[in-house]
Design a protein around this ligand. Structure first.
Ligand code: WT7
Length: 655
């Protein structure tokens, strides 16, 4: 942390918005005053202006039973209608909603009218499967238009989707399906990644197979999109091809209105304990903040802009800034299926040139990997259409920020560094591009209507110039409404860190500089941030020890030039295995094992086979010391270790 603080002290660069940009910007300076004067009135206004309410709400916020909030709760709306039908009814049916680009180069342009029809058909299919209000549907799809249509079809019925990132393994999929009690799974044979079709359906089959663990299977139907040419196993009576049933379904489907607090989706995220948390979001408040932030932070002009958020729909960024925000605002957006470097390292820039992307939103990890390849690659493409850049997922270091602005933004493009979380549902802290003079590396200021602070362990404000813990001090419309099936864990995890009532603890360290601008300093617990995605050490450790060769394991996040943090594992191997296998072979096997069990994103960069782990007298693993080793540093204070010699042995073994 100290190096980041040093850096911030000498960060004096400021980039005020260009006059022309400021004059035409969606968000104008008085918005802060308006929101500051009456937060609830401000959000009420946004909800009414940006959304269509079948039954208008009369009350903005009910915070009578904190931390369980209700926003706009006597109002009724249909989320899918707000994202689709109303644009068609307003005469914008011919506007392109999705400019889809497949990895191999196939493409589709889908208008709002076409997407609306498709969603109506899918909704009819799902209701034919018996899906109704409150039922859960798991979605395990590649980045194809059907993924967006599936989410909106579920929402249209007042049902709840749980999107599982296609990179997750069968085991991860199974635990999420079981936890949510999903009735239907929507998947594909596979999707293109790095030039070949990466299979999805076999993982679904495996997840739904009988494992003899006595868990009652809840899935009745599997709807399968044919994307690749993969052969798939078929379970008669359960599995249905999308192309057999959706095109034949009726295109008439009237969206029914549901209460604003009707659950919209569950999305699983890592916590400090092994079990992923099902973060629950509801309808009216979520959609209000998704639409508001998408329009104001990205300065969206729906008639002329081409927006591109590179996130997968399996993450919250894909939910809010691929599906709900852009479509609620009637935007035209790019959806890209594959990896940034397939079939060539300039693929993303080629897509930007092809579609004339004007607003581009991606993650620091991607920016850093492009920096590594060098500016000659993006320079080959015409990126002059870009007028706004966004960053999300982890702190963006000032060097990457400057590179982004210069090489991708042509030297004069505003950057919005947006801080938020799966739990917050939408952007919370960010510059507003026509107002804020930006600072490389700082997420800067809470959005209008959002209240944050940096406090010490006791909940006291630290004040400008100091670091501490980031808290949100007032409820916000797109806040999580709980953890699926576990209200106690919801309270404990987020609301009981401080004695102060009503402080939401985000789990991030942060610092306020002398101007009061916010600098994010990373997670304060053992949760790692790999390529902008939160992974828990506990989850990877439990996967490692599930391997028959492993006796014990500890995982840490070590800083990594490209991915922000990388997973580094320290593993004790059972004696019987060590004598029969070489350490290098075991390390490779364990890396693969985690990849298969959880998914490639969790695969450790390094696996060190060690004889012991550093523990306190109460038996707690001291990850801080392992992090020192993983990052090649002098090992810190070892006085609280039960056996102080252990660290020198580990250091020697790692070398
Ligand atoms: C964690 C949330 C929000 C979508 C992607 C990740 C880190 C997120 C920033 C940023 C510094 C950031 C935080 C946060 N984070 N955005 N602009 N600057 N850190 O969603 O998986 O829920 O992770 O990502 O540590 O708590 P998530």
């Amino acid at each position: 942390m100290s190096s980041q603080i040093d850096h911030l002290l000498d960060e004096t660069r400021r980039f005020p918005p260009a006059e022309e940009f400021a004059a035409a910007a969606v968000a104008q300076p008085e918005v802060y005053e308006r929101a500051g004067a009456d937060r609830e009135a401000f959000w009420g206004e946004q909800a009414r202006e940006l959304l269509h309410w079948k039954k208008p709400f009369t009350r903005v916020l009910d915070w009578s039973t904190p931390p369980f909030a209700k926003w706009f709760d006597d109002g009724e709306l249909n989320v899918s209608y707000n994202c689709l039908d109303r644009h068609v009814e307003a005469g914008n049916g011919d506007r392109v909603a999705i400019l889809w680009e497949g990895e191999p180069g196939d493409s589709r342009r889908i208008t709002y009218a076409e997407l609306t029809d498709e969603v109506k058909r899918v909704a009819n299919v799902l209701s034919g499967f018996g899906v109704g209000v409150g039922d859960r549907v798991a979605i395990y799809l590649p980045m194809i238009p059907e993924a967006v249509a599936a989410m909106l079809a579920v929402a249209r019925l007042g049902a709840v989707h749980s999107v599982v990132f296609g990179g997750f393994s069968a085991d991860s999929l199974r635990s999420r399906i079981d936890d949510a009690g999903a009735k239907v799974v929507i998947t594909a044979d596979g999707g293109y990644r790095k030039g070949r079709v990466s299979a999805l359906k076999p993982a679904v089959d495996q997840a739904l197979g009988d494992r003899g663990d006595g868990v009652q299977q809840t899935v009745e139907h599997v709807l399968v999109v044919k994307r690749g040419e993969n052969d798939v196993d078929w379970v008669e009576g359960r599995d249905v091809w999308w192309h057999d049933i959706v095109p034949a379904a009726s295109v008439d489907h009237e969206a029914q209105a549901f209460p604003a607090e009707n659950p919209l989706f569950i999305l699983y995220t890592s916590g400090t304990t092994g079990k992923p948390k099902g973060i629950l979001h509801t309808s009216g408040g979520y959609l209000t903040q998704a639409a508001y932030t998408h329009r104001n932070v990205f300065d969206l002009k729906p008639e002329t802009d081409v927006f591109w958020c590179t996130a997968d729909i399996g993450w919250i960024t894909g939910h809010t800034y691929v599906t709900y925000g852009p479509l609620a605002n009637g935007a035209t957006q790019v959806l890209y299926e594959g990896t940034p470097d397939a079939p060539h390292p300039g693929r993303w820039w080629e897509v930007i040139e092809k579609y004339g992307v004007t607003i581009f939103y991606t993650a620091p990890t991607a920016i850093r990997s492009f920096m590594k390849i060098g500016r000659s690659v993006p320079r080959k493409f015409d990126l002059s259409s870009i007028r706004l850049l966004g960053s999300v997922g982890e702190p963006i270091n000032p060097e990457a920020w400057m590179w982004y602005r210069e090489v991708i933004g042509g030297g004069d493009t505003p950057i919005v560094d947006t801080w938020w979380q799966t739990e917050t549902g939408a952007i919370m802290v960010s510059p507003l591009p026509g107002i804020t003079a930006t600072k490389p590396g700082s997420a800067q200021v809470p959005l209008p209507g959002i209240a944050i602070d940096v406090v010490d362990e006791t909940g006291e404000e630290v004040g400008n110039g100091n670091g501490g813990l980031l808290v949100i001090t007032e409820p916000w419309p797109s806040m999580l409404r709980g953890i699926w099936g576990d209200p106690e864990r919801y309270k404990e995890t987020y609301w009981e860190k401080f004695d102060k009532q009503g402080f939401y603890f985000a789990g991030d360290g942060a610092r306020l500089d002398e101007d009061g601008d916010l600098w994010l300093l990373g997670r304060v617990d053992d949760v790692m941030n790999v390529s902008g995605h939160r992974l828990s050490t506990a989850e990877i450790e439990s996967s490692l020890v599930a391997h028959e060769a492993t006796a014990e394991a500890a995982v840490v996040g070590a800083s990594d030039e490209t991915t922000g943090q990388a997973v580094v594992a320290f593993v004790i191997i059972k004696e019987s295995y060590l004598s029969e296998h070489d350490a290098a072979g075991l390390a490779t096997q364990l890396r693969q094992w985690v990849g298969e069990q959880i998914g490639a994103i969790a695969r450790p960069r390094d696996v060190y086979i060690v004889g012991e782990l550093p523990k306190t007298r109460s038996g707690k693993i001291m990850r801080r010391l392992l992090r020192d080793v993983a990052e090649g540093r002098e090992v810190g204070d070892t006085t609280t270790l039960a056996d102080t010699a252990v660290m020198s042995i580990i250091s020697a073994q790692v070398k």
